[in-house]
Write a protein that binds this ligand. Structure first.
Ligand code: GLC
Length: 454
């Protein structure tokens, strides 16, 4: 397998070399480089050090993302400054009006814990450039401006008090700093801006104790060389030898970050799907497009059965309060997790996935059928390739009767009303690892004779 991988990579590299020697277009070369990078990423097996650093994170599975900044006060989405082309002086007023109530962060951490989450990642600086902590490198920060407090310190202490692991989101793109755009074309500006950026990250990873995750975002307008990303990560690991970092500073880092979608990585690479609860990361007072707790639970299951994590966002208001809909949905998820967390958090990779009303997780030989649309009375699984030994309802512990033939496991005698809400889980103990083959069913399940029914 290894030599096959090496060969495929060499083949791509070889193609690149011959393209270069033929002096083909820059575009072809860029495509080749992208193909090699994708290949590298897909085939990256975790190193022993990554295994060590990422153990808690893989076990955690479910985290809270928090977008908090001056945009929370403005209340029209964290991209408003650019998407409404708000002049800087006009936008800066929100940095004065932004006055979170002390103790808000503790409520976020309590909600995360109640929802069954194990870690938090808060924006320390978003694209707007405002620093939520007591930085020495700019006055555009939470201590010097409206909040008059170190919001990062409040957050770190609150998270730790509730037993949450602590993550920092950091946007490389900066709409406020004078060098934030011209660094792309002016080498002196680039040098200054890279020193500023590295300096801010250094402060964050020096002044707040042990930090568990560094979550880079938007690396516009520089590439890895421009940001000096290798040096950046080297500093990060020197300051925090146990930390994990994502892949948004143009380096692969420790994990991939599919956004607003659930896409598993190949080849054992770690991944985390980040998602909003409505359609905005930062507070947007008019966004009423809330996901239901059922949707959140289905998404969490889709992540964990494929070996990934789910980072779910809240966007508190400028005063630090959490929108009521977010509280309601996360509380419902938490209530459900009280009974169902084990198979979801501890799922092994789970192959069965075909059903119109259920999704699946697996621990060893036990298949967990999570029914999100309860049809009442009976449920069935098509094409299960192992023998079922027993089944029971997670909510009540009650045994479930079943029959099994080569095509169908039929679970019967179930209550007409769903025993659990918003999703009912049935634990199905099997003789060997449960696998599903619905092609087998399509090809082999007996069909009727022409014109004559038996
Ligand atoms: C995007 C957005 C940003 C958000 C991030 C979360 O990069 O630009 O607003 O913070 O996604 O993943």
């Amino acid at each position: 397998m290894d030599s096959f991988k090496i060969n495929r990579r060499n083949m791509l590299m070889g193609t690149g070399a011959s393209l270069a020697s033929l002096a083909l277009s820059g575009r072809a070369e860029a495509a080749m480089k992208a193909a090699v990078a994708a290949q590298d990423e897909a085939e990256a097996q975790p190193t022993p050090d990554q295994v060590r650093r990422m153990q808690w994170w893989h076990a955690a599975k479910f985290g809270m993302f928090i977008h908090f900044g001056c945009y929370s006060q403005h209340a029209r989405h964290e991209w408003a400054m650019e998407d409404e082309a708000i002049p800087l002086v006009e936008y800066q007023q929100f940095s004065q009006e932004f006055r979170p109530k002390p103790g808000s962060q503790r409520a976020w951490a309590k909600l995360a814990k109640a929802a069954g989450m194990k870690y938090m990642v808060m924006t320390t600086k978003h694209h707007e450039g405002f620093c939520n902590w007591d930085t020495k490198l700019t006055d555009y920060n939470a201590v010097k401006q409206g909040p008059k407090q170190d919001l990062v310190r409040e957050y770190v202490e609150a998270a730790r008090a509730e037993g949450m692991r602590v993550g920092f989101y950091y946007s490389l793109m900066d709409w406020h700093h004078p060098d934030g755009a011209r660094c792309a074309t002016d080498e002196d500006a680039r040098k200054r801006f890279v020193e500023y950026t590295h300096g801010l990250i250094r402060e964050l990873l020096t002044n707040y104790g042990k930090i568990d995750v560094l979550w880079y975002d938007v690396a516009w307008p520089l590439d890895a060389q421009g940001w000096e990303s290798e040096r950046m990560n080297k500093m990060v690991f020197e300051l925090q030898p146990d930390i994990i970092v994502n892949n948004r500073n143009h380096l692969p880092g420790d994990f991939s970050t599919p956004e607003q979608k659930i896409v598993a990585s190949n080849g054992g690479r770690a991944w985390e799907s980040c998602m909003t609860l409505n359609d905005s990361w930062g507070f947007q007072r008019a966004d009423d497009n809330w996901k239901s707790s059922k949707t959140i639970i289905r998404n969490l299951i889709s992540c964990t059965r494929d070996g990934g994590n789910y980072l779910l966002n809240i966007g508190p208001r400028g005063d630090g309060s959490i929108p009521e809909e977010s509280v309601r949905v996360l509380s419902e998820v938490g209530k459900w997790m009280e009974t169902n967390a084990d198979p979801v958090r501890n799922s092994d990779l789970c192959q069965p996935r075909r059903s119109t009303y259920a999704s699946f997780t697996r621990i060893g030989n036990t298949l967990y059928m999570h029914v999100h649309f309860w049809p009442g009375g009976d449920v069935a699984i098509s094409g299960l390739q192992t023998k079922v030994k027993s089944a029971r309802l997670m909510k009540t512990g009650q045994d479930v009767k079943f029959t099994q033939d080569p095509y169908r496991v039929h679970l019967v005698g179930l209550p007409m009303e769903a025993p659990d809400s918003p999703v009912t889980t049935i634990a199905i103990e099997c003789e060997s690892e449960p696998k599903q083959d619905t092609d087998f069913v399509r090809k082999n399940k007996p069909r009727g004779g022409v014109g004559i029914e038996a």
